[in-house]
Design a protein around this ligand. Structure first.
Ligand SMILES: N=c1c2ncn([C@@H]3O[C@H](COP(=O)(O)OP(=O)(O)OP(=O)(O)O)[C@@H](O)[C@H]3O)c2ncn1[C@@H]1O[C@H](COP(=O)(O)O)[C@@H](O)[C@H]1O
Length: 108
């Protein structure tokens, strides 16, 4: 499964938790707390990822990155940001398209 499909799948699961029982779902609990709390939580996860990065703890960075991406997707869902809009924003950047063009060119 491509990495973006993992994120797409998790995003769909997160969307399905809208209106779910907060007692049964971590995501429903976050939605119930609101956008500000979700954004704050995302910030905390970012800081935790940075701390693991500064320590040079690869496993820590992996675990915190998973938490970070999950909370980022919850924020997107809370604000009705579609993953495609973010993928399009990434693709539209010169650096990314430059890399893609370079990879497509035959070697000299
Ligand atoms: N990927 C995740 C995921 N990553 C992190 N978390 C939760 O996010 C929290 C972040 O870690 P913290 O150490 O900050 O947690 P905490 O100490 O409980 O912090 P507080 O929430 O109390 O502030 C933990 O409770 C983690 O369980 C996640 N919770 C759910 N998912 C996935 O989301 C989907 C829906 O889950 P439910 O909504 O629970 O059904 C499922 O596929 C889950 O695997």
């Amino acid at each position: 499964m491509a990495e973006d499909n993992v994120l797409e799948h998790l995003y769909q699961v997160i969307l399905s938790r809208r209106g779910a029982d907060p007692a049964q779902s971590n995501t429903a609990r976050l939605f119930a707390k609101g956008k500000k709390k979700i954004a704050q939580k995302l910030g905390e996860e970012a800081v935790e990822t940075v701390i693991e990065g500064v320590k040079g703890d690869k496993d820590g960075v992996i675990a915190e990155s998973a938490d970070l991406l999950y909370h980022l997707l919850v924020l997107w869902a809370a604000l009705d940001v579609k993953p495609d809009a973010v993928w399009d924003a990434l693709r539209s950047r010169e650096g990314i398209s430059g890399i893609a063009e370079k990879a497509a060119r035959p070697r000299d």
